[in-house]
Design a protein around this ligand. Sequence first.
Ligand code: GDP
Length: 311
Amino acid sequence: MEKGSKIYVAGHRGLVGSAIVRNLKEKGYINIVGKTHSELDLKNQADVRKFFEEEKPEYVFLAAAKVGGINANNTAPADFIYENLEIQNNVIKAAFDFKVKKLLFLGSSCIYPKMCPQPIKEEYLLSGYLEPTNEAYALAKIAGLKMCQFFKRQYGANFISCMPTNLYGPNDNFDLNSSHVMPALIRKFHEAKVNNEPYVEVWGTGKPLREFLHVDDMADGCVFLMENYNGEEHVNIGTGREVTIKKLAEIIKEVVDFEGELRFNTEKPDGTPRKLLDVSKLEELGWKYKIELRNGIIDSYIWFKENNKKQ
Ligand code: GDP
C-alpha cells in the first residue's frame, strides 16, 4: 500500500472502521474513502457496484457488519445472518469485479466451535458445533472468510481475513439491550455511581472467560496485515490473555470508582464458557498488542463520559 493509494474503509463510522481510519491517518495514508450508511447502503448490490465502479478503490478494509452483543444476536438471528451475508457478498464481489488490489475481511472469534480446545488456533475453524447464541452471525462470518479464501484460490485475488477477539474502545455501542459486556458494564457502573445505587446487575454467573482487545490495537494489527500478509488462511488478532466476567466487572467497578456491590443475574445466558485466541501466528509475523486491559478501560470510560454528555 502506498501512502497515496485509495483506501476504502467500509464501516468507517463504527467501532472497528473508525479505529482503522485513525490508524491509517497516523501512519500517513492520505487517500481514505468512507461512506455513511445514508450515502451508501451496503445491503444494496447495485449501489455497491456503482460505488466501486466510480470510486475505484485500490484497497478495502471490510469492517462493515451488523453487530451486537449476546442479547441482540440471540433474539434476531435471521437479521444477523441475512444482513451480514448481503453486506459481505456485495463488497467482496464488487472488489473482485472492479479489480481491488487487496481486501481485508474482518470476522470475529465467535466463528470457532463452542467447545474448541483453548487457546484457539486458526486451524480449529469448523471442527465442531457453534455457540447457539451467536450462530447466525458466526455462519455469515465463516462464509465471508471462506469466500476470500476461495477467490484467492480460484482467481488469485489478494483477499485476506483476520479474526479479532472481543473488541472495545471509543465509538463502542453503549446501548444496554444490544451492546457487548464491556460497554454495558461501563454504562451500568457509571449510572449506578451517579444515581447512588446499591448494586450493579451483571448477567450470567460471572464465570465465563473472555479476551478483550482495544480497537486501536486491533486497527494497528489490521493495517499491519494489510502491509505484510498475503496468506490464504485467516489470522487471529488478540492479546492471548483472558479474564473472567467477574474480574472484568471488578476492574470496571474500580475504574469508575463505584462503591456498591455486584449482583449476578443467572437468568441471563453465559454464552460460550471460554474464548481465548492463540495469537502465535500474528506474533510470528511480527505484531503484538500494546494496550493493557485496565488502561484500555480507562480510555473507554473517558470516551463514554465525554460522549454521553453530548447525547
Ligand atoms: P459474547 O462474548 O458473544 O458472549 O457477548 P457479550 O459481550 O454480550 O457477553 C459476554 C459475557 O458477559 C456473557 O457471559 C454475558 O452474560 C456477560 N455479561 C455480564 N453482564 C453483561 C451485560 O450487562 N451485557 C452483556 N452484553 N453481557 C453481559
